[in-house]
Write a protein that binds this ligand. Structure first.
Ligand code: HEM
Length: 454
């Protein structure tokens, strides 16, 4: 603590007000509430949540300090609640186990592995587009959720499309609809106070578990394969130890859950925005036509799909799927001049900080060009994938998937939105649109620049 440490706690809403918003408000409203509090109280604000003090940051240096510079002073907060499903996978593990697992898994996400995933991605996107009928509305939300799950499934299980992998997929789809309700504040509290209360999540998690364990057991017998599951099963630490079947299961389910809803949410927002913004759409169409020329986008095209990539970046800026996450302080420390006592929770929100005019000019304007300019935004002001040792391991895969998906779709069809406004936010854990319906028209029918109705 130094002489410039401020006394007292940062300003913030009355505890009851905060609790009402935090606990009573739906997940759909929460990002907006957090933004309005940040605009009212500034770069650091705080409130009491029952017995704990919660600090919320909206400052690039402070975010960087927590996620990178002083990361050893923090642990992830509230991750216990995820453990019944994710076990001790990469998202939930801590300390030595996390370091070991991260080291074992990192090679699977290395740049050199990306070309191998690229063809699997475009094959799935083409399959999806192939099912769309000219002029018939498609449920883009459902289609992108399915596509993203299929892609992460394909990277995990390779060509292993059996009834068992189908069971995994069905269970994951069910899980992500039921889980947010179980994690909501009052439900969570009731589950803790009444341990024998029936939990709808349990049978789904059990089914998922059993299918995954059967796949893993089958793989041991056959051995081989180049997919992510094979990598998880054969990776060895410096002592020559491999993961146990349980550990492989925990990592597999972690990747399935973290790797599909996040990317799907970003894809849905991106398609909604492109559909509503003629200038952006025309510029992507022009870029894709020149770079890919009517063929199938490949890994080698990526460096030239710069505007398409910028559209993804700008989508993540305004609609980051993981819109807030937290850390628990393991020691007394200081942030922005305030004392943060050990045990406090520190929350950072990409949604809020990405909309701060201190870091982004006209922050509410969707402007992909800002990513083509020379200077990147200040460190710590843009963090859709987090940062530091706990930053997203799937970031390269997510970027690859998003750019290839957008380029493949835009090269073939124009998706015309049903409504003239962006969809509402869904009451889910991630920031994702509630429902988006769009009508595909073949690009060949729109080349003259006029949208031809089917
Ligand atoms: C647009 C897509 C994605 C976004 C916005 C995203 C965002 C994030 C963020 C913000 C974190 C850090 C959370 C924290 O620090 O508390 C994270 C961690 C993680 N993400 Fe992603 N993610 C995306 C895609 C993926 C994909 C495709 C995969 C895997 C296939 C993945 C796997 C993970 C894992 C395993 C972690 C935990 C890493 C660790 O703690 O070591 N994510 N992600």
């Amino acid at each position: 603590m130094n002489s410039r440490t401020k006394t007292g706690v940062p300003p913030g809403p009355f505890p009851l007000d905060a609790l009402r918003q935090y606990a009573g408000g739906s997940f759909a409203q929460a990002p907006r509430h957090l933004l309005s509090y940040a605009q009212r109280y500034g770069p650091i604000w705080s409130f009491n949540l029952l017995t704990r003090r919660v600090f919320v940051l909206d400052d690039a240096d402070a975010v960087r300090s927590v996620l990178v510079e002083q990361q050893q002073l923090f642990r992830k907060s509230r991750i216990q609640r995820l453990k019944p499903v994710l076990g001790e996978g990469l998202v939930t593990s801590e300390n030595g186990l996390h370091v070991r697992q991260r080291r074992l898994m990192q090679p699977s996400f290395h740049r050199s592995r990306l070309p191998g995933y690229a063809d699997a991605i475009t094959a799935e996107v083409l399959r999806t587009i192939g099912n769309w009928q000219e002029g018939q509305a498609v449920d883009v939300t459902a289609e992108m959720m399915r596509l993203a799950l299929t892609i992460v499934g394909a990277t995990l299980f390779g060509r292993d499309v059996t009834s068992e992998t189908q069971n995994v997929r069905a269970a994951v789809e069910e899980l992500v609809t039921v889980w947010p309700k179980q994690l909501a504040f009052w439900n969570d509290l009731a589950n803790r106070v009444l341990p024998f209360r029936p939990r709808p999540l349990d049978p789904i998690a059990k089914r998922l578990d059993e299918s995954l364990m059967r796949i893993i057991a089958g793989r041991h017998a056959n051995d081989g394969g180049e997919d992510l599951l094979a990598t998880l099963m054969t990776a060895q630490d410096e002592h020559g130890n491999r993961m146990t079947a349980q550990q492989v299961r925990d990592e597999a389910i972690t990747l399935l859950i973290t790797g599909h809803e996040t990317t799907a949410s970003a894809l849905i927002w991106m398609l909604a925005i492109v559909g509503l913004n003629t200038q952006v759409r025309e510029r992507i169409e022009a870029e894709v036509d020149v770079v890919v020329g009517g063929g199938i986008p490949r890994f080698e095209h990526l460096p030239e799909l710069r505007y398409t990539a910028a559209v993804f970046e700008e989508t993540l800026r305004l609609y980051p799927p993981i819109w807030a996450f937290g850390r628990r302080a393991m020691e007394d420390l200081e942030l922005l001049g305030y004392r943060i006592p050990r045990g406090s929770t520190v929350i950072m929100s990409p949604y809020v900080t990405h909309r701060n005019p201190r870091y982004f000019d006209n922050p509410l304007e969707f402007k992909p060009e800002r990513w083509l300019e020379k200077d990147p935004p200040p460190k710590g002001s843009y963090f859709p994938f987090g940062a530091g040792a706990r930053g997203c391991i799937g970031e390269p895969l997510a970027r690859l998937e998003a750019v290839l998906t957008l380029a493949t779709i835009v090269g073939r069809v124009r998706l015309v939105p049903e409504r003239e406004t962006l969809p509402d936010v869904a009451p889910q854990l991630m920031l994702r649109p509630a429902h988006l319906s769009m009508t595909p028209l073949h690009r060949a029918n729109t080349r003259a620049g006029i949208v031809v109705q089917a």
